[in-house]
Design a protein around this ligand. Structure first.
Ligand code: SF4
Length: 429
């Protein structure tokens, strides 16, 4: 009898998957969100994000399949009514229910953990004016009203830290914190948490970049604990680019970036791991950052996404590369009109293009708005290093005057970190 019931359950699940697959591109997650997402299946997003869009969206195109419309842009169009209201925070699906019938799971009430919106944390409004809550020097500087400067270094691929130390030597003193990146395009390296620990040892404050592309919930929280042990107090929660052209790598997306923030904030404020309910003695108290693409349009999309990340517990945001200043100004007007300038510290993403091979990559970086006039300016430069530094300095000086911008994050297209200190000379403070 048990075998017969089991067979019928599998048959029902296959039938449901076929019917809904034909009608809604269903991926058989077994915990259906269609009624909350305007009859558009969020699992048909190639990253399977339950909250989106990710930062790779520009126009309406999907980052992974540019010939397709982004699933979350479609959901936004159907559900937001063009407004900037705070979206709900969907939980990540329960992997144990995949390939089972969502109807049966709904009838049994076992789909709730994967479908019911999470309650947002109770966070006082106007939080950028609240007292410092973490050990982060970056937080202290921002709350003291300093225009902060950050840049980034790549994690080494070996135990040889000499290159990393040389890069840190040339930015130390000019930058308030340094992002540690890792796993670019799916290529192995030391984890960003390990590099961050080394940056602490070098006397510089790191921001540890972690992508949900590469992490399960378990490893993400473990990385937070690892960071805490190593004195790493800033974390940047990212979706992560798709490993385009590297399809043999399994991308995780056990969470999306908003859910990473929710988990990190919950751990910081309650001392418990949200998804397991376990208490953590001396929990990590990270200063939590996120990213946003200010060039995604319509503009209510990045505004709603940022509201969601702020409500989930984000403290600061670093933006996508700014080549399009008018587009960035337009975004910042909405950012301030919506009161996000009182909830989040925003650091503007400044590109520093000094290498021709690196410059050729820019049009292929997902989500980058690269206007033709800027592209021509860089491509026709006889001295790209000088022109790239000039453009970066101009952009930096311009964003500094824009209300709501509290700092800048410099991203280098090249390998000579020594130019960064020259570009920011006299900008901080
Ligand atoms: S949310 Fe899950 S059950 Fe619903 S259509 Fe998408 S994959 Fe299928």
């Amino acid at each position: 009898m048990g075998k017969v019931l089991s067979f019928l359950a599998r048959l029902g699940a296959r039938g449901e998957a076929f019917m809904k697959g034909t009608a809604f591109d269903c991926r058989a997650c077994g915990q259906c969100m269609l009624s909350q997402t305007g009859l558009i299946c969020p699992m048909s997003c190639p990253k399977g994000l339950r909250n989106g869009p990710c930062g790779g969206t520009l126009g309406d195109s999907c980052e992974v399949y540019p010939d397709r419309e982004c699933v979350w842009m479609r959901i936004n169009r159907r559900r937001s009514g063009g407004l900037t209201t705070l979206p709900v925070l969907n939980p990540s699906p329960d992997a144990a229910l995949y390939f089972t019938s969502s109807y049966a799971n709904w009838a049994k009430g076992i789909d709730i953990a994967g479908t019911r919106a999470l309650p947002y944390h109770e966070i006082p409004s106007g939080r950028i004016a609240l007292p410092v809550t973490t050990q982060s020097r970056l937080e202290a500087l921002l709350k003291a009203g300093r225009f902060v400067l950050t840049c980034e270094v790549r994690s080494p691929r070996s135990a040889d830290f000499s290159h990393l130390y040389r890069e840190l030597d040339v930015v130390r003193g000019s930058f308030d914190a340094v992002n540690a990146t890792a796993y670019l395009n799916g290529k192995p390296s030391l984890p960003a948490s390990r590099t961050s620990a080394e940056i602490v040892r070098a006397g510089v404050e790191p921001i540890c970049q972690i992508t949900c592309r590469d992490q399960t919930k378990t490893t993400f929280v473990s990385e937070l604990i690892n960071n805490h042990v190593n004195g790493v107090v800033n974390v940047l929660c990212l979706t992560g680019d798709s490993y385009a052209g590297n399809p043999r790598i399994k991308q995780v997306f056990d969470m999306d970036s908003s859910l990473m923030v929710y988990e990190a904030h919950h751990l910081r404020e309650t001392g418990t791991i949200h998804f397991t309910g376990q208490a953590v003695a001396d929990p990590p108290r990270a200063f939590i950052g996120v990213a946003i693409n200010p060039f995604t349009r319509p503009i209510n999309v990045p505004i709603r996404r940022l509201k969601q990340k702020a409500a989930a517990g984000a403290d600061f945001v670093q933006t996508q590369l700014i080549f399009n200043l008018p587009g960035f100004r337009q975004f910042m007007e909405s950012f301030c009109d919506e009161g996000l300038d009182r909830e989040l510290f925003l650091l503007a993403g400044i590109p520093v293009v000094i290498s021709r091979p690196a410059m050729q990559m820019i049009p292929h970086v997902p989500g980058v708005d690269y206007p033709t006039d800027i592209r021509q300016r860089l491509e026709s430069a006889t001295d790209l290093r000088a022109e790239g530094c000039r453009l970066a300095r101009e952009t930096l000086e311009a964003v500094r005057e824009i209300p709501g911008v509290r700092g800048a994050h410099l991203m280098l297209f090249g390998s000579d970190h020594s130019v960064l200190s020259e570009i920011v000379d006299g900008i901080g403070a």
